[in-house]
Ligand binder design. Structure first.
Ligand code: C2O
Ligand code: CU
Ligand code: CU
Length: 476
């Protein structure tokens, strides 16, 4: 069967839309009620990093990254995912506050999608913003072989930018002959920094200069879809302003030292006013790791006259999403302690009561723990919740990193209001689904348990997740 690689409205969706239109002839377009139908096929393909033939990889709809899904806030969507791989998969809609059964965690929220089978995901995105989707089965290998796509939920009123761009950033470990290296989940990666690679791409392509015009105002959606690589981007000669983090608008602000820190799974939306001179060129540098700074790409100004003669006014904040406000006075307190990993000297930190420690870090073994317990893999049936929250209760969550490594901790089904880091208040009203902890950091955050189900909380360094830095909690 020839597969249609474009996201089109199916016949069923088309008929539904027609019916909707007929019934509401005197009303404005029935957009909010019509179901948006999409199809995604997961299948082997190629990674065309340089535009030409590339190594074998796994793809969504034959493209890499997968198709950028543009959904509308409050409009139901139905996405049929067909598995053309010869192993199980699922799709997780990272950051979307959706019903638990649609969350894509095999064993925990749905049966895995077997080879040749399909699963229909249905949800209504409550929040506008920048999200992404990826598998939650054999996560390390499937993400590492290329399965990832952007998911944009559009604001009801389009915001005023000259261009709306995205950079889905990925990090690849390639062999000398340009193949995606095997050896996923080895003990070194699992118990240390994770599988950091040797090629960073933008939208799955070796970065070329980004052509810009003096005076333009860009919205740039940054997504770190790497397995393990942390990034800290600086735009030389420019002053990016952060508009949203993990899809959730914050008070617009310039980042500390002009560095945009993006750990795996994090998103940052910035507004970038092109203040350079026509014909000039400015580097975009990633200097997260000491001594390993590199130029990711360059902003290359067209020689033409400025796009507009006067710079625009201060950027406007994006409209806030309908997040429930935590009631801190009556909050239930929970603590999550991150433990394990390599301490130096080749020793794994010992963790009292750590389960499944047979072969530390070896394929499926545990190298990490949360509160003394190691859940390994992608999620599976029978994972006992670490804690249970009553529906509607506010949870005041402390995350304490007792390890010597960085961990972007990700919560499913909710967004966290980040209160403080090492005792200092976090400014700019930041809500995040992925919170980065430096070694020994303590973070306080809060959320309202308004979304029932068994939810994951895990490190998004894929090797760490697979090797035990994962837990489950329940909202009733
Ligand atoms: Cu982006 Cu549990 O995942
Ligand atoms: Cu997620
Ligand atoms: Cu981690």
């Amino acid at each position: 069967m020839k597969y249609d690689y474009h996201c089109t409205v199916s016949r069923r969706g088309f008929l539904a839309a027609l019916a909707g239109a007929a019934m509401s002839a005197s009303l404005p377009p029935a957009r909010a009620s019509a179901v948006d139908e999409r199809r995604i096929k997961v299948a082997p393909g190629e990674a065309r990093f340089s535009g030409e033939d590339g190594p074998p990889a796994w793809t969504y709809n034959g493209t890499m990254p997968g198709p950028a899904l543009r959904l509308r806030q409050g409009q139901p969507v139905r996405i049929t995912v067909e598995n053309g791989l010869d192993e199980d998969t699922t799709v997780h809609w990272h950051g979307i506050r959706l019903p638990n059964a649609m969350d894509g965690v095999p064993g925990l929220t749905q049966p895995p999608i077997k080879p040749g089978e399909s699963f229909v995901y249905e949800f209504t995105p409550p929040d506008a913003g920048t999200f992404w989707y990826h598998p939650h089965a054999d996560s390390l290998v499937q993400l590492g072989r290329g399965l990832a796509g952007l998911l944009i939920v559009e604001e009801a009123e389009p915001a005023a930018f000259d261009r709306d761009l995205f950079w889905l950033l990925q990090d690849w470990r390639l062999t000398k002959d340009g193949q995606i290296a095997g050896g996923f989940g080895n003990m070194m990666d699992a118990s240390m920094s994770g599988r950091v690679g040797n090629l960073v791409t933008i939208n799955s392509t070796v970065p070329a200069d980004l052509g810009v015009r003096a005076g333009e105002r860009l919205r740039l959606r940054l997504v770190n879809a790497s397995l393990a690589r942390m990034m800290a981007l600086r735009f030389e000669g420019h002053r990016p302003v952060v508009l949203a983090i993990d899809g959730q608008p914050c008070d617009p602000h310039e980042p500390e030292d002009g560095r945009l820190v993006l750990a795996p799974a994090m998103r940052i939306d910035i507004v970038l006013d092109m203040r350079g001179d026509p014909g000039s060129r400015h580097a975009v540098i990633d200097d997260f790791y000491d001594g390993l700074a590199y130029t990711l790409t360059n902003l290359a100004y067209d020689k033409a006259f400025p796009f507009r003669s006067h710079p625009l006014d201060a950027p406007l904040a994006l409209p806030r999403n309908p997040l429930p406000e935590p009631a801190l006075a009556n909050a239930v307190r929970q603590e999550v302690v991150l433990q394990g990993g390599m301490m130096g000297g080749g020793k794994l930190a010992s963790v009292g009561g750590m389960m499944g420690m047979g072969m530390p870090g070896m394929n499926g073994g545990a190298a990490w723990a949360i509160n003394g317990m190691s859940m390994t893999g992608d999620g599976h049936a029978g994972m006992a919740p670490q804690f249970t929250l009553e529906r509607g209760a506010t949870c005041h969550l402390t995350i304490r990193n007792e390890t010597a490594w960085w961990h972007p901790m990700h919560i499913h089904g909710f967004s966290l209001s980040v209160l403080s880091r090492n005792g200092a208040t976090v400014p700019h009203r930041q809500w995040q689904d992925t919170v980065l902890l430096a070694p020994k950091d303590v973070i306080e955050c809060a959320f309202v348990a308004d979304n029932p189900g068994n939810w994951m909380l895990h490190c998004h360094v894929a090797d760490h997740q697979m090797a035990g830095l994962m837990t489950v909690f329940r909202a009733t």
